[in-house]
Design a protein. Structure first.
Length: 450
C-alpha cells in the first residue's frame, strides 16, 4: 500500500539547468503543455459532475422519482465535494499533481458508471457522494500548477483563461448527454458516455502533466521571470510541512477567512442562478423552455467573458491586485440582479442582457477569489488555501438547492431575487477590506523560529 501511495509524493528536484536558452525553451514548451492539459482535464471534471443535471428528466420518467428525491442526490454531491476540496487541498500541496488530478478524474468516471447502473435512492446517493469526493481532486492540483508555473504579475491572465474550462465543460455536457440519451434511448447512457470520455482524458493527463518546474531541472518561476511581486524569495523554495501549511498560512490567515466567507455568498448566487434560472424565467416571465435555455446559455457565455476580463484587468489595470476587481465584480452582481428584478414582464432583449451581465459579474469573483487565496497564503500552500475557500463555497452552494426552493414556494421568486441581491452585497462587504492587499505580509511563525 505504501508503495502505491508513493506515486502521489511530489517529484524530486533535478539539478538545475544552467543554459539560459535551454531554460527559456523548456519553460515555453512546458508552460503551454501543462496549461492546455489542465484546461481540458478540468473541463472533463464537469462532464462527470454536470451529467446528472441533464439526465434528471429521464430519471423521473424511468424511475418514477420526485423532484425532492433528485434534490437529495444533488445536495449530497455539493456536501462531499466541499469537504473534499479542503481535504484534497491539504494533500495536493504535498502531492504530485500529475497523478493526483488524473487519478481523480478516472475515479469520477468510474463512479459515474456505477451511478448509471444503480436504481435505488440509497445507492445513487452513495455513488454520487463518492463522485463528489473525487471531484475535489481537480481544483487543488490545478491551483498548485498555476501557482508554480505562472508568476504573480501574469497569473490573473493565465488563471482566467484556464477558468474557461468551467464554462466549456458546462456548455458541452448537455449536448453530449442529449445525444447519448437520444441515441441509446435511456438516461443511463447520459452517465456512461461522459464517464468513458473522462476516463480517457484522465489517462491523457497522466501522460501530459508534470509537477513543479524544479522537478524538470528548471529554476523557480519567480527567478525565471524576475517577478518577486508576491514576496516569494528563492530561499523559500522548500517544501513545507502539513502543519506549517495549514496553521501558519491558512487557518491563522485573516485574508483567507475573508475570501472564504465572501465565497459562500458568491456561490449561493452562482448555484441559485445555475439551478433555478430556467424555472424562474418560465414561471415569472412566461418564456418557453427553449427560450429560457437560450438565456441560461447567455449566462454561461457571460461567465466565460467575465472571468477573462476579471483576470486580465487584475494583471494589466491593477498590477496583479485582485482586490479591486473582486469588489467591483461583486458589486456588479448586485446591480445586474437588481436590474433583472426590476425589469417588468416580458422584455426578451433586456432579460437576455441581464442574464449575460449576471454571468459576467458572478464568474469574476468565482475565479479571482481562488487566485487571491493562492497568492495571499504561500506558494507552497496554494492548494490548501484554495481548497479551504472552496469548502466554504460549496457549503454555500448547498444552501441554494432545498432552502431556495422552499423560499420560492412560500414567498415567490421575487423574494429569491431579493435574497440574491443581499448575498451579493454581503460578498462585496467581505471583499472590501482586501482592496489594497497584494501579498501576505503577516510575520510567519515558521520563519521566526528559524
Amino acid at each position: 500500500m505504501k508503495r502505491v501511495l508513493n506515486i502521489f509524493k511530489p517529484a524530486p528536484y533535478l539539478p538545475e539547468i544552467t543554459d539560459p536558452k535551454e531554460i527559456s525553451s523548456e519553460y515555453t514548451y512546458w508552460r503551454i503543455r501543462i496549461f492546455y492539459s489542465m484546461l481540458i482535464g478540468y473541463a472533463f471534471f464537469y462532464f462527470t459532475r454536470k451529467s446528472f443535471n441533464s439526465v434528471m428528466p429521464g430519471m423521473i420518467t424511468e424511475l418514477g422519482f420526485q423532484k425532492g428525491d433528485l434534490g437529495i442526490i444533488g445536495t449530497v454531491l455539493y456536501l462531499t465535494y466541499g469537504i473534499s476540496k479542503f481535504g484534497s487541498g491539504i494533500l495536493s500541496d504535498r502531492s504530485n499533481p500529475r497523478y493526483f488530478m488524473s487519478i481523480g478524474l478516472i475515479l469520477t468516471g468510474v463512479f459515474n458508471i456505477f451511478f448509471g447502473m444503480s436504481t435505488s435512492i440509497l445507492m445513487l446517493c452513495v455513488f454520487w457522494a463518492l463522485n463528489g469526493a473525487f471531484q475535489g481532486w481537480g481544483w487543488p492540483p490545478s491551483a498548485r500548477l498555476l501557482t508554480h508555473w505562472y508568476s504573480q504579475n501574469e497569473r490573473g491572465r493565465w488563471w482566467s483563461t484556464w477558468n474557461m474550462s468551467h464554462n466549456i465543460g458546462g456548455m458541452l455536457v448537455p449536448i453530449v448527454v442529449a445525444y447519448a440519451v437520444t441515441y441509446f434511448g435511456s438516461w443511463r447512457y447520459g452517465m456512461y458516455v461522459p464517464a468513458v470520455m473522462s476516463i480517457g482524458v484522465g489517462f491523457f493527463l497522466l501522460n501530459r502533466l508534470r509537477d513543479t518546474p524544479q522537478s524538470l531541472g528548471l529554476p523557480a518561476i519567480e527567478v525565471y521571470r524576475h517577478d518577486f511581486s508576491g514576496g516569494i524569495l528563492k530561499e523559500e523554495e522548500k517544501e513545507l510541512s502539513t502543519k506549517e501549511i495549514l496553521f501558519n498560512y491558512v487557518l491563522n490567515n485573516k485574508f483567507i477567512w475573508l475570501l472564504a466567507l465572501a465565497y459562500i455568498f458568491v456561490y449561493i448566487v452562482r448555484t441559485a442562478v445555475d439551478l433555478w434560472a430556467l424555472l424562474l424565467l418560465k414561471e415569472t416571465k412566461g418564456y418557453s423552455v427553449l427560450t429560457g435555455n437560450f438565456f441560461v446559455s447567455l449566462y454561461e457565455f457571460g461567465g466565460l467573458v467575465g472571468a477573462l476580463v476579471a483576470g486580465w484587468a487584475s494583471d494589466l489595470v491593477f498590477r496583479a491586485r485582485r482586490g479591486p476587481v473582486n469588489v467591483l465584480f461583486a458589486a456588479g452582481m448586485a446591480g445586474s440582479i437588481t436590474l433583472f428584478w426590476l425589469t417588468p414582464g416580458h422584455w426578451p432583449m433586456l432579460d437576455a442582457i441581464c442574464m449575460f451581465l449576471i454571468g459576467f459579474f458572478v464568474f469574476g469573483p468565482q475565479m479571482l477569489i481562488g487566485v487571491a487565496a493562492a497568492e495571499l497564503s504561500h506558494k507552497k500552500a496554494s492548494a490548501t488555501a484554495t481548497g479551504f475557500a472552496g469548502f466554504f463555497a460549496y457549503w454555500g452552494a448547498s444552501l441554494s438547492i432545498y432552502p431556495i426552493s422552499r423560499i420560492a414556494d412560500m414567498w415567490g421568486w421575487d423574494k429569491v431575487l431579493l435574497l440574491l441581491i443581499v448575498c451579493s452585497v454581503v460578498a462585496t462587504l467581505f471583499l472590501l477590506p482586501l482592496w489594497n492587499v497584494q501579498k501576505n505580509e503577516i510575520p510567519q511563525p515558521a520563519r521566526a523560529a528559524a
